[in-house]
Design a protein around this ligand. Structure first.
Ligand SMILES: [Fe+2]
Ligand SMILES: [Fe+2]
Length: 474
């Protein structure tokens, strides 16, 4: 008899739910073999200083200790239930929140959960090789932390599938382990999760931009009238904050190091900067342009009847839905969206219900802009005249109203030929990638040491020193 609290920490009374136990007993070995296959390369014997959530109490969700990742205790946690919670938007507004799947929404809800769930293992797959070229033990530990938590997020979605969707749910849970990021025959569901994450600059950009899309999607689902989904997503958000921290501070430390070298040596031409083994700010800008534009596509079409349906049905809310002051049904509200007319970008008002993807994207952009401003401060404080900017919303887009148009980073509509002539001023070129990767040819593993291209962080993990042994290699 398995001790479920020990093996799978949970607050869903797993020890007493036989059906769920059977489903998970079947799924767990498949999950582990996925982890051995697609989890961080050559890492299975490492002992990593990781935090594990063992309960949702403030003192239980961040327990730090050395763990071998295949032995990580992937737990199932939901934010505690609020008995008075209601459906807070859409046509069911005011009804008690659903504790079971409403029959008429079963397939949409399953689709929403599968789409979210699919992103979790995808990012682990994308980041699989990066441990081999980490800039320090501190960073190595951080990427592994992100990876095991994405694994836990997959568990969280699989719990919902197993617990609430019967046989279809079990089949979907298996498919989540069968798709592979970037695979031609069986790729992950969403585009950005099939792009490679080839180096650490890409990794930090990904965790800043794409994990933040994760945050906004989770926030919208945390408003769901389907209470178990809402409560699961609430708890996932506590972990997502750390992923975004890793990304924001990682990019910031790279910028800081570049600025230090530029200042010390009184140089600013990218070739000179590169000759000293750090990443030029122009390349950082191009990575930013790439990750931003690819992530914007994750929000879906600007005008979407699916998004309207999810909202009207009470399944997926807006960012901070319950804090917004309006009717929460959006009966008469309008919202601006962009469209390309001839060679101009116009704004038009559409029913707000249909523009919910665009609205969530705009909420996201606001937060992203604040983060980019913080990066800019590092450059300003070094006294270097360089501006990091977010490209125009229409730049390099493949989903929504900008699809098929060739839009510059400043929002001009170009011909394909004109755009192509500038492509590698705006997006990383193969040469940029190979330069960045040339800096990351091996693992920096000495205690307290950091690769030349990145500054050390301000402080260590959980109060530990920077020269702490964050990973034991065995
Ligand atoms: Fe996640
Ligand atoms: Fe994440």
């Amino acid at each position: 008899m398995i001790n479920y609290t020990e093996k799978i920490p949970n607050n869903v009374d797993l020890g007493r739910d036989r059906v769920l136990q059977r489903a998970l007993e079947h799924w767990q070995p498949a999950y582990l073999s996925w982890w051995y296959d697609m989890g961080p390369n050559e890492s299975h014997d490492f002992e990593v200083y990781l935090r594990t959530a063992t309960s949702v109490e403030p003192d239980g969700w961040a327990q730090f200790d050395y763990v071998k990742m295949p032995e990580y205790r992937w737990g199932i946690f939901l934010q505690p239930r609020d008995e008075k919670r209601q459906v807070n938007f859409g046509i069911h507004k005011g009804q008690p929140a659903w504790q079971d799947v409403p029959g008429e929404y079963r397939s949409i809800l399953r689709r929403i959960i599968v789409t979210q769930g699919d992103t979790e293992p995808a990012s682990v797959e994308q980041q699989k090789m990066l441990g081999l070229s980490c800039p320090s033990l501190y960073d190595l530990r951080n990427i592994f932390q992100v990876n095991v938590e994405e694994g836990r997020h997959l568990w969280a979605m699989v719990y919902l599938l197993h617990r609430y969707f019967g046989r279809d749910g079990r089949e979907e849970a298996e498919s989540l382990l069968a798709r592979r990021s970037g695979d031609t025959d069986n790729p992950r569901i969403l585009g950005a999760f099939n792009e490679p994450t080839p180096d650490w600059l890409a990794f930090y950009m990904f965790t800043f931009f794409t994990d933040r899309d994760g945050k906004f999607q989770l926030c919208a689902l945390a408003e769901s009238g389907f209470d178990p989904l809402a409560r699961t997503c609430r708890f996932m958000l506590t972990e997502e904050a750390h992923h975004m921290f890793v990304g924001e501070s990682g990019v910031s430390r790279i910028i800081q190091r570049t600025c230090e070298v530029m200042k010390e040596n009184k140089i600013d031409a990218p070739a000179d900067v590169r000759s000293l083994g750090v990443i030029d700010l122009q390349t950082i800008q191009r990575y930013l342009n790439f990750h931003y534009s690819v992530t914007l596509d994750l929000y879906g079409s600007d005008v979407s009847s699916n998004a309207a349906n999810y909202y009207t049905s009470g399944l997926k809310g807006r960012f901070r839905e319950t804090k917004l002051e309006d009717d929460h049904t959006l009966r008469d509200a309008m919202y601006p969206v962009s469209e390309v007319v001839g060679n101009k970008i116009n704004t038009k008002q559409v029913p707000a219900l249909t523009a919910l993807n665009e609205r969530l994207r705009d909420d996201y952009i606001e937060e992203i802009q604040a983060g980019v401003n913080r990066w800019q401060r590092v450059i300003d404080e070094a006294g270097i005249a360089f501006r990091l900017t977010l490209p125009h919303k229409g730049f390099h887009r493949e989903i929504g109203n900008f699809t098929g148009h060739f839009i510059s980073t400043t929002g001009e509509i170009l011909t394909e030929e004109q755009w192509k002539a500038h492509e590698f001023e705006w997006l990383p070129s193969p040469k940029d990638y190979s330069y960045v990767q040339s800096l990351m040819s091996g693992r920096v593993a000495e205690l307290g040491k950091f690769a030349n291209w990145i500054a050390p962080p301000v402080k260590g993990v959980n109060g530990q020193a920077l020269d702490f042994q964050y990973v034991r290699f065995n």
